[in-house]
Design a protein around this ligand. Structure first.
Ligand SMILES: Cc1ncc(C[n+]2csc(CCOP(=O)(O)OP(=O)(O)O)c2C)c(N)n1
Ligand SMILES: [Mg+2]
Length: 319
């Protein structure tokens, strides 16, 4: 599974777009344009892009309130994503879902979810349908380490194994569930060994290495697609930002954050593209300029979009 120069370029461009998109979202939050709460995936872009790029457009995806990066990597139009954050009618959920409820069926995005672990049974259901209808689709559920004790997730682990559903669970182990360190929550060393106990194939990967995440996930997706049954991936990652905007981060040390920041994929990956893959500094600068121009367009579109009308308040609420 070698990645072409075009693949690597697209990978870095998407990671950078996600970083700039979320930095802009934080700025909109602080200026009062964005209401509610915001949970950026800043620091976890390599994990997001590496996990989602192996999926086909018609494969299914569920993710969490921290899922802006995965949604963009899956093909969600970032203009619609930013408009959704600002509550505008042009948003992917017509401005009614906000930051934690991105949905776009046209790219297989079955939804972000604010309820920890709640995306897992949805993905297993989608995978079961794909299996019964022999469509060749795979479903992926992305969740955090904090979901590992949720009943819905444990029941999903069991049923997916019993049904041999074509599903990939992608666990972003960023070492914290909100403000609680992982060591205070489980007695095993890894989360993957939990899944192994249910009969899943398991894999672990360095979530700060986008190429490793891509290759591991591609293997998992092919395994599930070819009838091999469910696969659980545990990716070790870290958020360089707080749990949400406003988090004062009393539960971790500045030294710990600095250690991970030294490996920040947004700076490490372009350097690797130059050192290992023959990219020139000019090519990297060109990508940065492209992303900056796209971000201006994204923000302009969102700010200029209309608000939903009060008369639409009941639409898309009940079937
Ligand atoms: C069922 C449920 N219980 C509790 C919460 C409150 N809560 C919101 S985020 C969060 C932490 C989840 O951590 P993790 O799954 O590791 O994801 P991360 O935020 O680290 O990406 C919790 C407990 C919730 N949203 N849903
Ligand atoms: Mg976590």
């Amino acid at each position: 599974m070698t990645l072409s120069s075009a693949d690597l370029r697209r990978m870095y461009r998407t990671m950078l777009l996600i970083r700039r998109f979320e930095e802009q979202a934080v700025a909109f939050f602080l200026s009062g344009e964005l209401r509610g709460s915001l949970h950026p995936c800043i620091g976890q872009e390599a994990t997001a892009v590496g996990a989602v790029f192996p999926l086909r457009r018609d494969d299914y995806l569920t993710c969490t309130y921290r899922g802006h990066g995965q949604a963009i990597a899956k093909g969600l139009d970032p203009k619609e994503g930013m408009a959704e954050l600002l509550g505008r009618r042009t948003g992917c959920s017509q401005g009614k879902g906000g930051s934690m409820h991105y949905t776009d069926l046209s790219v297989g995005l079955l939804g972000e979810n604010a309820i920890v672990g709640a995306g897992a049974p949805i993905a297993v259901g989608a995978a079961l349908r794909a299996k019964l209808d022999k469509t060749g689709q795979v479903a992926m559920s992305v969740f955090g380490d904090g979901a590992i004790n949720q009943a819905a997730l444990l029941e999903s682990l069991n049923l997916a194994a019993a049904w041999q559903a074509p599903v990939v669970f992608f666990c972003e182990n960023n070492l914290y569930s909100e403000m609680t360190p992982i060591s205070a929550m489980i007695g095993t060393t890894t989360l993957a060994e939990r899944a192994a106990g249910f009969g899943w194939t398991t894999m672990t990967v360095d979530g700060y290495d986008p190429i490793a995440v891509y290759q591991t996930t591609m293997e998992a997706v092919e395994h599930a697609r070819n009838g091999g049954g469910p696969v659980f991936i545990e990716a070790m990652t870290y958020r360089l930002f707080g749990h949400m905007v406003g988090d004062t981060e009393p539960y971790r040390t500045k030294e710990e954050v600095a250690e991970w920041r030294a490996r920040d994929p947004i700076t490490a990956f372009p350097q690797r593209l130059i050192d290992e893959f023959g990219f020139t500094p000019n090519e990297i600068a060109e990508i940065e300029a492209e992303v900056a121009a796209e971000m201006e367009e994204i923000s302009r579109f969102a700010l200029q979009s209309p608000w939903p009308d009060v008369s639409e308040i009941g639409e898309h609420v009940f079937a």
